[in-house]
Design a binder for this molecule. Sequence first.
Ligand code: ACO
Length: 444
Amino acid sequence: MTDAKRTATLNIEGKELELPIYSPSAGPDVLDITKLYAQGKVFTYDPGFTSTASCDSTITFIDGGEGKLQYRGYSIEDLAEKSHYLEVCYLLLYGDLPSKEQQTEFEDRITGHTLLHDQMQHLFRGFRRDAHPMSIMCGVVGALSAFYHDSTDITDINQRELASIRMIAKIPTIAAHAYKYSIGQPFVCPRNDLDYASNFLRMCFAVPTEKYEVNPVLAKAMDRIFTLHADHEQNASTSTVRLAGSSGANPFACIAAGIACLWGPAHGGANEAALQMLHEIGTVDRIPEFVARAKDKNDPFRLMGFGHRVYKNFDPRAKVMKESADEVLELLGIEDNETLKVAKELERIALEDEYFIEKKLYPNVDFYSGIILSAMGFPTSMFTPVFALSRTVGWISQWKEMITDPKLKIGRPRQLYTGAVDRVYTDVENRLPTEKYLKFNGGS
Ligand code: ACO
């Protein structure tokens, strides 16, 4: 972090405090309030962290106004076009693009860890067949810490490294097994002669009775989906991983926490919700009804796949994803699909609508990723697991960065307490039924 060359003065009821201002290598200046409580006896209040930087980081930069996303300084557009996912993993983990030898060595290390401990099969089989693959992933990833004891000591650099490699290597196998289990097909083992994306497609779609050839266009599109989702600075799930890690929890437990957070429809679950919404709309003539609902303040409905906390002009990932969607749909000959027609028309109408323009609501990456994944043959329940798989490298890179930060402290936000204080305890015989409990249970 750069030293503060400037300060801001805060006046709290006549008492002046000097707050250091840091200038990042890119992005808005940051006001250091770490001494605010000690010196000014006040907290800051920022629900949803809309104005709060929780850490300093050198991994990913986003300029929401400009629609810019960079991993370690490289634009997402360049990486999506010229690089591939495992190279991006290396870049995120170690900070620079690898040389040819380093790339080969890294890829060999990853492929050397793709298998799961055989006993983990019992874990999968313990779930109900109709379990959502995300619930299986939360459970199985958390359970890795029970299988790989030699990579849970976070104070040992070699163990941290091994845990990182294991996570990236095993997460496609876990996601694919979760899918296979949910459809009652036998697990397909990883094949290390295939690239990362092709291997994942094969583990999801091959069956032992037939030869399976990976389509290179689909493998490229899959790889691109992985790359576009690989990291996104301090989003909800990444912040969850960091918060869990700040207590010293092992990396597998931290990634399981990240997966749980990603699952929500306001975050990674939006790709599943977006396609479900397109299906619910069904036909182009019903779009105005849904757009009207999205604009109605009294209706909780939102257009899923639209809007973003940070991007306020466009989501650069959505642009690349849209190109990929066109390629995949053309290859598979499903350009005339009704869902696709609804998606394209919805996008057109929303982009011209005053409400969406004024609130700066644009299609985000999840709007298009579901369309591609669906065309590839994934059911909607697998969309968020694919996102979790892709984001694992981001989570693990951010976790590694945090663990080695000398300023590491357990994450512990403060609060603005608005509840009761100093109530007098009464014995149960003297209490009336509480209104809140009655309401919760449907009483008056
Ligand atoms: N449809 C309709 N209205 C919306 C939408 C939407 N998709 N998104 C935001 N708005 C409206 C809100 O109602 C609010 O209106 P108001 O100012 O009149 O109250 C205003 O726009 C701002 O919305 P917030 O929820 O305050 O914005 P925030 O930055 O907190 O939320 C979020 C961002 C969660 C992504 C939101 O836009 C949303 O819920 N989108 C749909 C879900 C989605 O696609 N999530 C994926 C995000 S990308 C990712 O995780 C990879």
